[in-house]
Design a protein around this ligand. Sequence first.
Ligand SMILES: C[S@@+](CC[C@H](N)C(=O)[O-])C[C@H]1O[C@@H](n2cnc3c(N)ncnc32)[C@H](O)[C@@H]1O
Length: 281
Amino acid sequence: MNKINIIKNKFIYDLSNVFSLSEIISIWNNWVIVEILKMKRIDLIKNPNLLICSSKLQQISDLIKHLKLNKPVQYFFNYTYFKSFLIKINKNVLIPRIETEELVDLICSYKFNNSKISGIDIGTGSGCISIALSKLLNVQMHAVDYDNKIINVAKKNSLNHNTDIEFYLFNLLNSEKFDLLPKVDFIVSNPPYVTIDEVDKNSNIFFEPKESIFVEKNNPLIFYKKIINMGKYILKNNGAYFFEINPKFHDELIDYLNNFSFKKIETHKDFFGKKRFIVVN
Ligand SMILES: C[S@@+](CC[C@H](N)C(=O)[O-])C[C@H]1O[C@@H](n2cnc3c(N)ncnc32)[C@H](O)[C@@H]1O
C-alpha cells in the first residue's frame, strides 16, 4: 500500500521528460483518478493520504511505461469518451477528438426540413459520430469505412450503445458504386486531412493509423472532392454536407465549393477559434 499523494508525485516525476506539467496533471485527473482508481477528484482532495492497493499501483506503473513510449493514453485503456459515450478503440481506428464533438453539436442544432432524418457518416472509424447522432438526434445513421477491421470496431461500439446503424464497406477513393449506398438527408465526414509536414516528427499521432489521418500534400482535398461528387447521387433534395476540415485548407475548400451552385456555404470555428467546420446545402 502507498499513499496517493506520494504516487502522484512519482507519476509527475516519471513523466516529466515526456510531457508538460499540465499534460501530466490532465492525464492524472482524467485517467488515473477516474479510470484506474474509479474515484472523483474531490475524494482525493479530501483524503490526500488515501492508501492505494497493489493491483492499482501496478496499473499506474504500467500506464507510466506505456506513456514513456510516447503512446497515446487512450491506447492504454483501449477506450475513450465522445460526447460522454464510451467508445472502444484499438490501433486500427483514430482516437475520437474533442473538435469532432463540435461537429456533432452542429448537426444537432441544424434545422432539418423533415422530422424523420437519415444521414451517412463517411470514414466512420470508431463509429463515434454515428453513435452520438443516433443517440442524441434519433436519426437513422449509415456509416462507411474502407476496411473491415475498422467497421468491426464501429459495429461493436454500435452494439454496446444499442444503436441501429447500417454499416457499409466502401472505399471512397476507388469506388463510384453509389447505388450500394442509401439516399440520405445529410452527409457528415471527418475525413483524413493532415499533411505530414504539419506534424512534429516526435508526435504520438504516428501511433494512430496513418490512413485515418494523412493526405498527400499535392491533393489535400481529395476526400472532400469525392464526397461532394458522391452527394450528387445519394443526397436527397435540400440535403446538407457537414465537414470537419483542416483550417489550413479552409480557403482552398471554399474556392472549390464555389464552383457548384450550393445555396449556402457556412464556416464554423471550433472551440480554439479555428475554421474547423463547413456546412453546405
Ligand atoms: C479522421 S478519421 C475519422 C474517424 C471518425 N469518423 C472520427 O471522427 O473519429 C478518417 C476516417 O476515414 C477513413 N478512410 C480513409 N480512407 C478511406 C477511404 N478510401 N474510403 C473510406 N473511408 C476512408 C479512415 O479509415 C478513418 O476511419
